[in-house]
Design a protein around this ligand. Structure first.
Ligand code: ZN
Ligand code: ZN
Length: 297
């Protein structure tokens, strides 16, 4: 196995709350050496793992960026389906969850919500109780949140809006290479600080057509995210080997079409001329001397 294949980031879901079949809810798989980390579990994350042939039980940890439901609605599926005896699941040890303050409440409340299922499957299917347990770690500041076998993960606070706290992004370091995931954020200097020297920078983006920019609800959504021009500035300041968009917030209305991928790329080009891709579900990035792109399925 070459070094590049040893550190890989795969976009499982590049979407937002919109229930589109082509862009599932936000979720990203980071594989480094023998370890597999899942960042957020939006709608359909389990389906994408199944498509990749990655058994849910083989995940080392689930890392959460913030508590908007589009980033967490796939957790009960990952947690409970991942506990089944089938080849695609087979978790026999507690699900490790790492997130900003709020992760413990989320997981303990899910345990209450699904108490009947848990009781039934332990009794009926003889599933191991340890496999449905959770091991939750919360943090409340920037710093290292995971370190194992040469993989280091640093959480950094981002700015997703005054009422949407906590919100964090993650920096992954492995074998001298760096991948950074912005999480949901407006233009934020802390992303630039923590994305310094990144080989791969995966960033969110949001855009609306000029005809809708006068609408209050559109302004509110855009104010919680990063415009293509602003993201271009982040990329220009950090100079990753490859910049990738995920969590594409493409706003339209019944009468005004949403911006296209070409529109957001063209806007980004006003501030950034370097390597850039608009992410798609099941797009993978192998990080070595260069960042190699592959598409599954
Ligand atoms: Zn989001
Ligand atoms: Zn959000």
């Amino acid at each position: 196995m070459n070094a590049a294949a040893d550190f890989k980031v795969t976009l499982l879901g590049t979407g937002v709350p919109t229930p589109r079949p082509d862009r599932f809810g936000p979720s990203t798989l980071v594989e480094a050496g023998e370890q597999r980390l899942l960042i957020d579990a939006g709608r359909g994350a389990t389906i994408r793992l199944y498509q990749l042939g990655v058994p849910m039980g083989t995940l080392d940890a689930l890392l959460l960026t913030h508590y908007h439901s589009d980033h967490t609605s796939g957790i009960p599926d990952l947690w409970l389906t991942g506990w089944l005896s089938s080849f695609y699941a087979r978790r026999t040890a507690p699900l490790r969850v790492i997130g900003p303050v709020g992760a413990k409440a989320l997981m303990s409340n899910l345990e209450k919500a699904y108490a009947a299922d848990i009781k039934i499957r332990i009794e009926d299917e003889k599933l191991p109780p340890a496999g449905v347990a959770t091991d939750v770690t919360e943090f409340n500041a920037d710093g290292v949140v995971y370190e194992k076998s040469g993989v280091r993960v640093i959480a950094f606070e981002v700015d997703h809006g005054d009422a949407i706290k906590p919100a964090y992004g993650y920096r992954f370091e492995y074998g001298g290479r760096v991948a950074v995931i912005s999480g949901d954020t407006r233009y934020n200097e802390n992303v630039i600080k923590h994305a310094a020297g990144a080989d791969l920078l995966v960033h969110e983006v949001a855009a609306a057509p000029p005809a809708l920019m006068g609408e209050a609800y559109i302004q509110r959504i855009i104010a919680h995210h990063t415009t293509p021009r602003e993201a271009g500035t982040v990329f220009a300041k950090t100079q990753p080997k490859l910049a990738v968009y995920t969590h594409l917030v493409l706003l339209g209305s019944e009468s005004v079409p949403a911006p296209t991928i070409d529109d957001i790329v063209n806007e980004t080009r006003q501030t950034y001329g370097g390597p850039l891709l608009a992410g798609e579900d099941l797009m993978s990035f192998a990080i070595g001397d260069t960042v190699a792109v592959t598409r599954h399925g």
